[in-house]
Design a protein. Structure first.
Length: 285
């Protein structure tokens, strides 16, 4: 499930950018390959991953056994399976494959959301969001628990964007891994042909203003839907949230433009991600 407040900014592409950048969006949704939304073929066996999708397990006894998706999974086998689909989608845009930082499995879901969002930005030549702020995190975490978009964070003084509006954007996704949330935000955010095949609830028909709006929000631009922090924001900070709600993971992202000098952060791109990158996306900024 996807909803969100969205961003507006300059549509000029940065020098050296690759992939599709706002105001342009993909022509169509990409079905994940491999399909982490399906269990695949499951077999009666005692091995740890009885289904083609290693994120899925079999539950029940005898004829009542059925595949069950996790509320959340951060295992290496599940992570790599979803990452295969994410990298296939990125390849379709001419983007390099994501190589997860060496500290990935020591990070919580909130930190992983931040990392994957900045991978999407830096691969396209955009500056990374600087890091995670505790005030923004508090708002994002409350929203994750309530399955809603984060609101402006108390105690965080937002600056004005080019349109004169306090710079802010926020989104929500339901799923079982941060990589799945990123996939549907970035590569499955348009009209799917019917409401039942469209994860983005704001995309109600082909060409609706809400189509690809979550993608635009993460990249920092939306020219038609709502105000926000801007495509080329160099001082923006994030807050992210995660909770298990009704048997599913709830992931939230909140981005705000600070008024003046960026306030302190507890997790940053420069200190907590860049030193752990190997053959990875651009680390500009």
């Amino acid at each position: 499930m996807l909803t969100g407040l969205l961003m507006i900014g300059s549509g000029a592409a940065p020098v050296g950018a690759t992939g599709i950048l706002p105001p342009h969006n993909p022509v169509t949704n990409l079905a994940p390959s491999p399909n982490f939304l399906s269990s695949g073929l499951c077999r009666e066996t005692l091995v740890a991953t009885p289904c083609t999708n290693p994120c899925v397990r079999l539950a029940g006894q005898g004829s009542n056994r059925r595949p069950v998706f996790p509320a959340y999974s951060g295992t290496p086998t599940c992570t790599q399976y979803v990452l295969l689909a994410l990298n296939a989608a990125r390849s379709n845009e001419g983007l390099p494959a994501i190589v997860l930082p060496t500290n990935w499995f020591h990070l919580g879901p909130q930190e992983q959301i931040f990392v994957i969002v900045d991978f999407e930005r830096t691969a396209r030549g955009l500056p990374p969001y600087l890091g995670l702020n505790r005030q923004l995190h508090a708002s994002a975490q409350v929203a994750a628990v309530h399955e809603t978009d984060p609101a402006y964070a108390r105690g965080f003084h937002a600056g004005l964007d080019p349109q004169g509006v306090p710079g802010m954007g926020s989104i929500l996704a339901m799923g079982y891994t941060p990589l799945e949330a990123d996939y549907v935000w970035m590569y499955d955010d348009g009209w799917g042909g019917s409401s039942s095949s469209t994860p983005n609830f704001a995309c109600t028909y082909a060409g609706a203003l809400g189509c690809w709006a979550h993608r635009d929000q993460l990249l920092g631009f939306d020219g038609t839907f709502n105000f926000g922090v801007g495509l080329h924001c160099t001082t923006c900070e994030m807050g992210t949230g995660f909770a298990i709600v009704k048997g599913s993971g709830s992931f939230t992202s909140l981005i705000e433009l600070p008024a003046g000098t960026p306030p302190p952060m507890y997790f940053t791109w420069a200190k907590n991600v860049v030193p752990f990158l190997g053959t990875a996306p651009s680390t500009n900024g």
